[in-house]
Design a protein around this ligand. Sequence first.
Ligand SMILES: Nc1nc2c(ncn2[C@@H]2O[C@H](COP(=O)(O)OP(=O)(O)OP(=O)(O)O)[C@@H](O)[C@H]2O)c(=O)[nH]1
Ligand SMILES: [Mg+2]
Length: 306
Amino acid sequence: MTSPDEHGTFRSGFVTIVGRPNVGKSTLVNRLVGDKVTIVSSKPNTTRFQIRGIVSRPEAQVILVDTPGLHKPKTTLGGRLNDSALAALADVDVVVAIIEAGSAIGPGDTVVIERALDAVAGRTRSTLMVVVNKIDKSGPDHVAQQLLAASNKVDELLRSSGRTARVDYFPLSARTGKGAEELLRHIIKALPEGPAYYPTDVTTDSPEAIQLAELVREQLLGKTHDELPHSIACRVTEWEWPRVKVEILVERDSQKGIVIGKGGAVLHDVGVAVREAFAAEMYLELFVKVEKHWQRRDDALDRLGY
Ligand SMILES: Nc1nc2c(ncn2[C@@H]2O[C@H](COP(=O)(O)OP(=O)(O)OP(=O)(O)O)[C@@H](O)[C@H]2O)c(=O)[nH]1
Ligand SMILES: [Mg+2]
């Protein structure tokens, strides 16, 4: 436990995490919350909507908002993912913009930093924290260079737009946890005085049906390759606890067989892993349906809640 604020102040607020796909936003949220509230995979565009992770401490409550990775959209879904991430930047206390230690700051990262600065610049109560993640994969010299490159980029963007902002920089490994506690301490310090918005034992406000559908998708992301991960969507269609039915959408007939697996092997393994993670007593029925081009159809995306 951390000690209470020296002024006895309880702080709370919203912290939006943004970054390109795959930089480790969801891993960081889970790390800071200390619980798995959002799914993670090695495939880009894993997160498809805002997900709140709640950190309760004796002196503060931090509401972390995980967002889809900002990218150049190729589908209607992709456009919605970006919109969802950008919408999460409105009216926040802290923005955490993540870049990776191991790759040079490119145009995608620049857009992320620009949007993050838009959200905090000129707002005296808002802070931007630029996190250089995955430091476990890079040497200390390289990490130091990347921190410097990030601050140069921020300075350049602020100078060219004639704006000012409060910006801090943190090296971190969301995977190992190195630097995470320090980041959290700084986040708490930057939050305004305020009440706890959620009960202290709650770690997310995602409905259980969403959490379950996401766990199914996470398992499938780990077992599929190339274009297929993008073509998969999951949703609960029946919830008569402990009997639950989850529909898995794919876009083509050929993808259906891959998701089912030889003799149903893939679906079987997914079911075992999801029951283990969610509730052993659950009777989970998974079925696969082809829904042509759902990523490009507004009606399908509305139905899926994307
Ligand atoms: N080595 C290393 N890998 C990491 C770290 N943080 C995340 N990863 C890995 O990076 C990949 C992407 O992580 P996610 O947390 O899903 O990334 P994301 O930014 O949420 O991605 P999207 O939801 O697709 O935007 C996963 O394979 C993680 O295990 C880290 O600190 N070190
Ligand atoms: Mg994510």
